[in-house]
Design a protein around this ligand. Sequence first.
Ligand code: BGC
Length: 759
Amino acid sequence: MRLRHLNPAVATARTVLVTALAAALPLLAPGAHAAPAVPPEPAVKPWLDRALGADERARLAVKAMTQQEKLRWVLAYFGNDFGTKSKKIAEALPQSAGYIPGTPRLGLPALFETDAGLGVASQSGPKVRERTALPSGLATASTWDPKVAYAGGAMIGREARASGFNVMLAGGVNLQRDPRNGRNFEYAGEDPLLAGSMVGQAIKGIESNNIISTLKHFVLNDQETGRNELDARIDKAALRMSDLLAMELALEQSDAGSVMCAYNRLNGPYTCESSYLLNDVLKRDWGFRGFVMSDWGATHSTVAAANNGLDQQSGHEFDKSPYFGGALEEAIKTGAVPQARLDDMVHRIVRTMFAKGVAEHPVKEGGAIDFAAHGVVSRQTAEEGMVLLKNEGRILPLAKDLRTIAVIGGRADAGVLSGGGSSQVYPVGGLAVKGLKPDTWPGPVVYYPSSPLRAIRAQAPNARVVYDDGTDPERAARVASGADVAVVFATQWIGEANDAETLALPDRQDDLIARVAGANARTVVVLETGGPVTMPWLARVPAVLEAWYPGTSGGEAIANVLFGAVNPSGHLPATFPASEQQLPRPKLDGDPKNPDLQFAVDYFEGAAVGYKWFDLKGHKPLFPFGHGLSYTTFAYSGLSGRVLDGRLQVRFKVTNTGNLAGKDVPQVYVSPLSTKWEAPKRLAGWGKVALQPGETKEVAVTVEPRVLAMFDEKSRTWRTPKGRVKLILAEDAAGTGASSVTIELPASRLDARGRKLAR
Ligand code: BGC
């Protein structure tokens, strides 16, 4: 078995001591001396009094703990066998991400951890959990509807609780700096305001189940190639205005209980021992009161990590040593790590359990799951997140009375694709396609058994629907040539630890599409991709639907959009480049074959991420950020802006000018006229508006003031000078359908958390 995301050198260097102790003395911190006698269970446990605040309860609980009990909270176990080197600790749930023993004597339950943002995942092994998978995070972000993100989060959180987990490692909000990043599908795109809002709501939904969720990966784990060693170099102020802003907004909206520091280094130190990140930004500037856990294999020291702000070593089997076990105990004895720091680590963990209701709402495996209802939540998210990229001649929606439909490729007969790695959710009913490679980490490649072909047949009962698997483009072209319409499915599998090599669709699918389009002018392309891809055949096909990884009900969702049962309303949360040459780094840094390579990634584009970079450089993308078509049409009017109580408020009207009910996503961008930002404009807000034909609604957007400011690292304040800005109301970042007004903003100064400061 290949070890998941492990660098082989680290795997062999893992000491036998760790494993031996972990197996023999599961409740003892590895490396600890013989445990002193445990005091008896107290007759009264005042920290369980719900009338007290979470901090007071945690203070009382930590005070009642022995040193050994405290140490057990900060060293977490992997919830699976670690290759052949160590066995899963008995108490952990099988094939799970992690386990922390708790302090049963004091009524404090163990923590059971599961991945991740798309549903309850399983680690590899003989018996995976079968659960509901949401569409990819990018699909949810494409809805631009925070309520959809919340509903999805609430659903997967319910399944986590019913599966016996009280910590979800869900809440990935790394910005899409590179469309080839293998984990883009887990995240929410390239804009800090959009990504922060969507992921913030997803976390809030998860935590509404009295479980803890986890904002990750803190920060700048923005490519997978070389992720364990790369040093992400960036100007600090630029970082505050980009990736950190996304995290800050997500944290404010969700009050996430935990934050996971990342694999990579940031401007020198590893993120899990960066005092700047953990102590200064997260705990001081943002006032974070939860706990910081490391990513699995991202802890590299005892003293530096503890003193610089790490609160819990996750899945310690992945690290070279159980740094937060016996070594931490020793470091406290010598004074290298203050006792107060250990107390603070434990306080943060226990406090979060009280604050989120984990302690009083114990989890239990085997709870009932309403798969039918959850499948609907997943389907609705998919439907709302699919992006109609092109629809020339209104070829879509497909008419119900078509006589022949050719469905080609993408394993559309069997199911829909999902992304690989630790976030992998396994579907009820098993894998729709067996035996695909890679079948080991970050695989297996999983297709969910929701067949688009079956769903298309159900929508067009009178049509002859023929399927060709697309492996022979010539044969596929012959099948397509006689049909009323040809629907080609194209897929791109990406995964954790596995960046896409290029933006081209793999396996010569570009050829397939070109051949089919050559044979049938009425060709519709449905994409199931982890992120943006290039489309050399675009001019030759009239319609393209980006379905992303559409989750466990994806086949039905695709058919509903193709036939117009659902009017598409997804908009791109990330730019689709015309080629790699338009990116800040046309070639990805690092070497995928050498995970130990030490190298730096110079994020010289700073905060000019995605559409901001394209604006700055004047590049014309294939499809701009914010783009998304509908089967109806919309018009905007009455744009105005004013400053009310120090906040910019924007108002405008949206009218449905077509014949079908639909939803629009009007976007407000701001462009500075009296000062300079990192790029010509920033997204400042949006609406998601449902309109009947002919209906008009007024939309009001209150602009987050940090989006109008530049961060000053020296004073740690957000500053906006008095001056004019242009408000742009548009259908996308390229300014389609744009109108604009100019207004004057007063000077303002905000603290790091965006709170107004006296001038
Ligand atoms: C991933 C995390 C995940 C963890 C536990 C790591 O490889 O980077 O996102 O939560 O594993 O499975």
